[in-house]
Design a protein around this ligand. Structure first.
Ligand SMILES: [Zn+2]
Length: 301
């Protein structure tokens, strides 16, 4: 199952502590569903638990009769919660302070009685119209809302005293409120109550960082090895030129030893090469002698 699906499963295991929070979550579930008006109250989801939870909360909070239908198509199931009778829809709407005739659907803040209710409301909104991308692919969480003003209200709640930096985009006639960034999404998931999902996201993020560091280091080391090899090739060419013209025997003792060792061990680093001298020579000492050999060879031209 997807990361989003698993996150919703985790959220559906939460039992709201206070009745105020249960009502707030129920409100988020219904308000941000497919429709919430006198002519239709409908929530559609691919998640059986979300449908069951929404139906249960709606019945408990509003006393309305709700209907849940399952549609099974060849690769997935979907669940549709509806309040079929107008009298029952009236009941639900008035419970949350609506007449059903509103021109523009907005958040009614009197349903978020206490501070604790904000997180519960957002949980309902996420279960109803939210998705979160697999953190292995991207850090992206979004709410897909049917109305502009409702989207703006959801955004205002996410901004109120919190650091989520939501943005809004219009996609195929829907209003998408989205959040980017691993830290922010992990914080929001934790706020909603999905501690395991938040933890999983942080772990993926850490692994990615470690992997990037390793890659960077490997690239760096490879570059260094390339540099060593190409320097060694130049040195060996120079030494062979001297050998074939003036002869190594005519070099000063220290340069002759350096030349012979380099010819024998072209793959060694300067430090390693320095260890092989009769009297060990430092890295910079070896470097100095090899440079003299290269200059010597250049003077032969
Ligand atoms: Zn509450």
């Amino acid at each position: 199952m997807s990361f989003s699906y698993d996150t919703k499963s985790e959220l559906c295991r939460i039992e709201p502590e206070d009745s105020c929070c249960k009502k707030a979550e129920c409100y988020g579930l219904l308000l941000c569903a497919k429709s919430f008006s006198l002519s239709s109250i409908t929530l559609m989801t691919e998640h059986a638990r979300v449908a069951r939870r929404a139906a249960q909360f709606t019945a408990q909070i509003t006393g309305a009769i709700v209907d849940v239908r399952t549609a099974v198509s060849y690769h997935r199931s979907s669940y549709t919660l509806t309040v079929t009778q107008e009298s029952q829809r009236q009941k639900v709407l008035s419970e949350f302070g609506y007449s059903g005739q509103e021109i523009s659907l907005r958040i009614n803040h009197s349903n978020l009685e206490n501070d604790c209710c904000k997180a519960a409301f957002l949980r309902g909104v996420f279960l109803s119209c939210g998705t979160v991308t697999d953190p292995n692919k991207d850090y992206h969480l979004e709410f897909i809302l049917p109305f502009m003003n409702l989207a703006k209200d959801v955004m205002a709640i996410l901004r109120d005293g919190m650091d989520f930096h939501p943005a809004l985009v219009n996609r195929k006639g829907y209003f998408v409120v989205y959040i980017k960034g691993g830290d922010r999404i992990a914080d929001l998931l934790a706020l909603l109550g999905a501690g395991s999902a938040a933890m999983e996201l942080m772990q993926v993020r850490m692994l990615k960082e470690v992997r990037n560091n390793v890659n960077r280091k490997t690239n760096f080391e490879t570059a260094n090895i390339d540099k060593t090899v190409s320097a060694s090739v130049r040195q060996v060419e120079a030494i062979e030129k001297i050998r074939d013209t003036v002869g190594l025997a005519n070099l000063p003792q220290e340069l002759r030893e350096t030349a012979e060792l380099r010819l024998e061990y072209p793959e060694l680093s300067l430090r390693e090469l320095g260890q092989l001298f009769q009297t060990p020579v430092s890295r910079s000492g070896v470097n100095h002698r090899l440079r003299r050999l290269v200059e010597e060879a250049e003077n032969l031209k």
